[in-house]
Write a protein that binds this ligand. Structure first.
Ligand code: ADP
Ligand code: ZN
Ligand code: ZN
Length: 738
């Protein structure tokens, strides 16, 4: 038997595993993740390395393979498992080992050991209520927010108050001086007795939720580890179900990782976890410094914290005994990394769960086609919640407005008559409104304002992207036409690039409703630390009547006073040049619709569009996931897009256009020569949707094939080929599985 070993991490040549013989005496001890001692290099100096694979066959002359010296005892640590995971990621996603290791292992940094402190509320019942009222009357917004949070939990970590809640010491200090709250060392609150007193479920599960939890419990206790999909409509109580599942797994002495999209990681969400599990919970977010993150991971390693909540990167929390992984809003595109290795958190979590003998739970109101397909095939266990959890809460009423009709009737403003009337009515009643611009990315498409048709590629059935010089291109296959001056479908001259910004909408809204208070939330207004929370809490506290924003505003926020949600131009996300745009649009619209009427007043949603008949829009309006799923799958079937087929993008970039072209041609030829004819569909090479960025040109080659193994094989061959090519140092190649 032979082991493939990565020499200890600090070593330069980490990118390639070295093969060693496993001495018989060590046979039973060697497995992936074990740390071993090995002779290395010419002088056979002893080094440490990690086993990343075990095989029966030697890769070269067995006589020349050295033997493992020994096993480092007690070495199957969380870190060594993560190294195994990095090895898997490198192979699965096609990055270098170095990139994969940097992704899974936090940067070691000297951090000042920071004492974790907590804010503890000393007021109870009516005293607390009075303090909240008083802070409200005096207009101390921050103070009011903190005191309100104490209604839910008596202890709030200082890091959450300063981070997620965006409070400054200046606003907290007066409360401490008046002894309304105290600032204490957190270790006090890791006392199990106090933890016990926190641990009370906030609600009693309804029968549907309870049935899911008991099925989960039964299977978990039987030792079954699997992946399940919790498909529950917005507000159906998925989070409450997660809390119960977590409780069960913690009681078995194990730890839990919860992934939440960064955007939805608000203090309201975070507090629900704190209320239940106190300081066993820790959070990481992308604004943290590497040192802070490292610090959190160290605490996890010692199991001082047992639940890690965070975005994608929280997956790599080095828990000693991981028992459960939860991915909320599993369909979110943010779970896919945009840096090499371009891993998807869903798949990586599944691998991690497998390696740790843990269970994975995926949750969504609009499951990804990938996850739902697996659930239907029985690969995932499927749990459903079809109704809202709160008795008095109902799904909103959705109305689709045809913007083509508005144009015919002479209304060229961005507000349809129906939306204007509805806004007036809600404002008069003192209710709140959200205006949503489902804009994604910057590439723009061209559509007809008379018939609604977007200009598409005849070969790929995605929209063509508008480039400067008035050319339109398909970024999948390179098809190119000049910008038409009339609609190819109906001949109308009202054909134009689509693009309206949130800032413009904000101005128009203010012009139309001068008496209304308008807030805007987009990348610009949220870029500073805490900007996000500030806007949301201001809106939550009714400091504004209308919130205008991008998809940021539709993620998981609970505003009971919002009774109207307006989607200004559903087409903005419907016609991007991505084959997933129909799915994204359906998800965004369904999420947006889920924002209206969370309280007792019935909600209303108005979707404005030039394509009122498109199934992404009609199905979202009818809150009909099933119909959407089958229609979208039919499209993917016809064009062999994932999840029906696998799609591998080979991204090539370089400063010298001529060399890049040469590389693209050669790689293309290499693919054709390394596969059986017809085995793999090859598309391109074409220019990327954004061809030139910072003077670097980018081209893409797409490979389609049902069998993932064949694609991996080609990818491996391309890697070897390009390493030997003369242009290797001038062209960067990245692999991306869609
Ligand atoms: P989801 O995660 O599916 O969007 P949540 O767990 O956030 O749903 O629940 C939506 C709302 O319903 C929350 O305000 C929550 O407190 C409430 N809720 C959830 N389960 C119950 C229940 N069993 N009884 C009463 N209210 C509930
Ligand atoms: Zn037309
Ligand atoms: Zn095309």
């Amino acid at each position: 038997m032979y082991a493939n070993i990565i020499i200890d991490i600090s070593h330069e040549k980490v990118d390639k595993p070295f093969q060693y013989k496993i001495p018989e005496a060590l046979d039973s001890e060697i497995q992936v993740g074990v740390q071993v001692r090995i002779p290395f290099g010419k002088g056979n100096h002893e080094r440490k390395g990690y086993v990343v694979g075990v095989t029966e066959e030697a890769d070269f002359d067995p006589a020349r393979i050295k033997e493992i010296t020994g096993v480092v005892t007690g070495s199957v640590t969380a870190e060594s498992k993560l190294i195994g995971l990095a090895w898997w990621m490198k192979g699965r996603y096609g990055s270098t080992m170095n990139q994969a290791l940097k992704t899974v292992l936090p940067v070691k940094q000297k951090v000042r050991p920071k004492e974790n402190r907590c804010l503890v509320c000393q007021l109870h019942g009516p005293d607390l209520k009075n303090a909240i009222l008083e802070a409200g009357k005096k207009g101390y917004k921050a103070r009011e927010r903190l005191l309100k949070a104490f209604e839910d939990t008596p202890v709030i970590p200082y890091s959450v108050a300063a981070g997620q809640m965006n409070l400054t010491m200046a606003s907290i200090k007066p409360l401490i001086e008046k002894q309304m709250i105290t600032l204490e060392s957190e270790t006090v609150y890791r006392n199990p007795k106090i933890y016990g007193s926190l641990q009370k479920p906030a609600v009693k599960l309804n029968s549907r939720q309870a049935a899911i939890v008991s099925d989960f419990a039964l299977r978990y206790e039987q030792g079954i580890r699997e992946t399940s999909l919790l498909y529950g409509v917005t507000g159906s109580g998925k989070t409450e179900v997660y809390l119960e599942m977590i409780d069960l797994v913690l009681k078995q002495g194990k730890q839990v990782i919860v992934l939440i999209p960064e955007i939805a990681l608000t203090y309201q969400t975070v507090l629900r976890f704190y209320r239940r599990f106190g300081s066993l919970v820790s959070i990481i977010n992308s604004r943290m410094s590497a040192g802070e993150r490292y610090d959190q991971f160290e605490r996890a390693k010692r199991a001082e914290v047992r639940i890690m909540i965070g975005p994608r990167s929280a997956l790599f929390t080095p828990f000693p005994s991981l028992g459960l992984l939860i991915i909320d809003e599993e369909h979110e595109s943010a779970y896919k990394s945009e840096l090499s290795p371009r891993y998807h958190a869903r798949e990586t979590a599944q691998k991690l769960a497998e390696m740790n003998h843990a269970t994975l739970v995926l949750g969504s109101a609009t499951p990804s086609l990938e996850a739902y397909t697996r659930a239907l095939k029985g690969e995932y266990r499927l749990y459903r919640l079809t109704e809202r959890a709160k008795k008095d809460s109902h799904m909103a009423q959705v109305q689709v407005v045809d913007l083509r009709e508005e144009l015919k009737n002479g209304n060229r403003s961005i507000f349809s008559e129906a939306l204007q009337n509805a806004m007036k009515e809600r404002l008069d009643k003192g209710q709140q409104i959200m205006l949503f611009l489902n804009r994604r990315g910057y590439s723009s498409f061209v559509s007809c304002r008379s018939c609604g048709e977007a200009v598409r590629c005849p070969h790929c059935d995605v929209t063509l992207t508008l480039h400067h010089k008035n050319r339109m291109k398909c970024h999948y296959c390179g098809y190119e036409i000049p910008l038409p001056d009339r609609c190819p479908a109906c001949g109308s001259p009202y054909i134009a690039g689509f693009g309206t910004g949130t800032q413009k909408i904000e101005t128009m809204t203010k012009n139309m409703f001068p008496q209304a208070r308008v807030l805007r939330m987009d990348l610009d207004t949220t870029s500073k630390k805490g900007g996000h929370e500030e806007i949301l809490s201001a809106f939550g506290e009714k400091e504004a009547d209308i919130l205008v924003g991008t998809q940021m505003i539709v993620k998981g926020h609970d505003f009971p006073n919002v009774t109207l949600v307006g989607v200004l131009a559903a087409d903005l996300s419907l016609y991007s040049s991505d084959f997933r745009c129909g799915e994204r649009t359906f998800q965004l619209l369904t999420q947006a619709a889920g924002r209206a009427g969370r309280g007792e007043t019935a909600g209303q949603v108005i979707i404005q569009t030039y394509s009122p008949d498109h199934y992404s829009i009609t199905c979202a309006a009818g809150q009909d996931y099933e119909s959407f799923y089958y229609k979208e799958m039919a499209y993917r079937q016809t064009l062999k897009y994932p999840p029906v087929s696998q799609l591998l993008a080979v991204l090539m970039s370089g400063k010298d256009e001529a060399i890049l072209n040469q590389a693209a041609q050669q790689l293309h030829r290499q693919v054709l020569s390394s596969v059986w004819k017809g085995d793999v569909e090859v598309i391109g090479p074409a220019e990327a949707s954004v061809y030139k960025v910072n003077d670097i040109y980018r081209k893409i080659l797409y490979l389609k094939q049902e069998n993932y193994g064949i694609l991996i094989n080609i990818k491996d061959k391309l890697e070897i080929f390009s390493r030997g090519a003369p242009w290797f140092s001038h062209v960067i190649i990245q692999y991306d599985f869609a």
